[in-house]
Design a protein around this ligand. Structure first.
Ligand SMILES: [Cu+2]
Length: 526
């Protein structure tokens, strides 16, 4: 898919006025069913309602057994066929955000969040919400130690923020839901990236109850922090940002169906750098930075005829390469891998079928081709004895426990689906946990539910101590800096971390629909 030069279209015309009554009825039911977003809040977001399936599924649509899902497809309406977007075009490079500062060590720029109509093919034109008219958003590349000032201009029809996912920035610069930038307003984020923070990060909105929509309309970009002295600098690097796109039959971004709200949104397209099943060329041993920026899609990645080594996780390098057969990247997670082709051939980059315990009647999980990869055989490059030295946190002196649950409240014909942490939905006015700045803590997170959820903590990186499932405890396969981690159904994970700034931090499931419906808590660091 080639993104034509974008023309700003302003806010979408109200072509859906005719179905406002149906919308209202549906919204009443949706809100009752999901039991979280207030009607007024949802009503304030007309874009959400575009092509919702309207006819008579009512509350039966939420039946857990899926018996009554009837005509309601897992996708929630008529979608554009996958053949509508071309494949096998060369992988586009991410466009860089231009640094307007000439001072060494400073990165100044702006990001404008705005609706923009992009011509995906001669037949398909789609309104996205984009940063600087680009899908994906511009790539930010800085060095450890740099001072960053980025002004957000909000030209969206709703409040927004920018969250610097995984970066150790002060809480008041991290785009919390409490710090929304109103439509028409601007806000400058300022932070300095400490030594040791080199890693593979990204940025995306984090407003109140709007994250799912703003993300699926296109607002996301990568944020790379490079080490000043990189022992792997001589190995070429590619950036692969993987995102999900769900287009209705008319080419517009489809709203979330009920199934999307329950299971996390999955569209019919997976894009890499904005392109549908592109062709990637690997001429030599190559590093690739990978991002899963999908709302709900799990990517269990595999590539044949090449040796693949994990060399970095979310927040930086591993000490030693870890050989992989496949790599599960859940929404929000990143990795840096080293690809050493064993033959000169053409293979598929695949996302292997992965059963994450979805609810209701959904399409069977299938293996998907994400890209075609043309490779030239290469030798393993000489690597340093140690890729990095990870800091030792020492013994934890405080502990916390979190429990994920899902509940269905039934009665009076109403079913309310809740995604909870420690029995509660997110409340902007409630502090759930308190930590002391600088104190080493161990958290145990228990996924007491029948589906995979992942866990993301703002403002710091953690390491995994161990996993527990079915009465067995296992150590992690490798130690790396993580800010987002998956939990299988009924799995417990113990992690260790320190928070280095005072203020308010979020933690949540990064399946964005679950987060938006309240599977989020607030940590006050004092
Ligand atoms: Cu979840």
């Amino acid at each position: 898919m080639e993104m034509a030069n974008a023309q700003a279209s302003g806010i979408k015309p109200d072509r859906e006025k005719g179905i406002i009554m149906n919308r209202r009825i549906f919204l009443t039911k949706l809100a009752a069913a999901i039991g979280t977003l207030s009607i007024t809040n949802v009503m304030a977001q007309p874009h959400q309602m575009g092509n919702m399936p309207m006819s008579g599924h009512g509350m039966k649509g939420m039946n857990m057994s899926g018996q009554n899902m009837g005509h309601m497809s897992s996708s929630g309406g008529n979608l554009l066929p996958e053949s509508a977007l071309p494949k096998n075009l060369p992988l586009p490079e991410l466009q860089s955000l231009v640094n307007t500062s000439s001072r060494p060590g400073y990165f100044f720029s702006f990001l404008e969040a705005k609706p923009v109509t992009l011509q995906l093919t001669p037949e398909v034109s789609t309104e996205f919400w984009a940063y600087n008219d680009q899908i994906p958003g511009p790539a930010i590349e800085v060095f450890e130690g740099d001072t960053v000032e980025i002004t957000l201009i909000n030209s969206l029809p709703q409040p927004t923020t920018i969250h610097w996912h995984g970066l150790p920035v002060p809480p008041d610069q991290d785009g919390n839901p409490q710090d929304e930038v109103l439509p028409g307003a601007e806000h400058t984020y300022r932070f300095t990236l400490p030594e040791g923070s080199a890693g593979t990060y990204w940025y995306h909105p984090h407003g109140h109850e709007t994250v799912a929509e703003q993300a699926f309309r296109g607002l996301a970009g990568v944020f790379i922090v490079k080490p000043k002295n990189d022992p792997l600098a001589n190995i070429p690097v590619q950036n692969w940002l993987m995102s999900d796109l769900k287009l209705a039959a008319d080419g517009q971004i489809a709203p979330n169906s009920m199934m999307d709200w329950m299971n996390g949104r999955e569209g019919q397209f997976v894009l890499i750098n904005g392109a549908h099943q592109p062709q990637i060329t690997i001429n030599t041993a190559t590093r690739a930075r990978l991002w899963n920026t999908c709302s709900g899609r799990y990517l269990n990645l595999a590539l044949s005829d090449a040796d693949i080594y994990l060399i970095g996780t979310d927040g930086g390098r591993l000490e030693q390469p870890h050989k992989l057969t496949s790599l599960l990247l859940t929404p929000g997670e990143r990795a840096e891998i080293l690809i050493v082709p064993k033959k000169s051939t053409q293979v598929s980059l695949k996302a292997l079928a992965y059963d994450r315990g979805k609810m209701g009647r959904h399409a069977p999980e299938v293996t998907r081709d994400l890209a075609s990869v043309v490779m030239t055989s290469a030798a393993l490059p000489t690597l340093p004895k140690k890729l990095t030295t990870l800091p030792q946190l020492g013994e934890a002196t405080a502990t916390k426990t979190l429990e994920y649950t899902e509940t269905m409240a039934m009665g009076n014909g109403q079913h309310g689906m809740n995604f909870l942490i420690n029995g509660k939905k997110h409340d902007m006015n409630r502090i759930d946990l308190t930590s002391k700045v600088g104190e080493v803590e161990e958290w145990e997170i228990f996924n007491n539910s029948h589906m995979d959820h992942n866990f993301h903590l703002h403002g710091t990186q953690f390491t995994v101590v161990n996993y527990q499932l079915d009465g067995r405890t296992r150590a992690p396969d490798y130690i790396g800096h993580k800010d987002t981690i998956n939990l299988r159904p009924y799995e417990r994970v113990r992690i260790k971390m320190v928070q280095n700034h005072k203020g308010l931090r979020m933690y949540h499931c990064h399946i964005l629909e679950h987060e938006t419906l309240g599977m989020m808590g607030q940590l006050n660091v004092v």
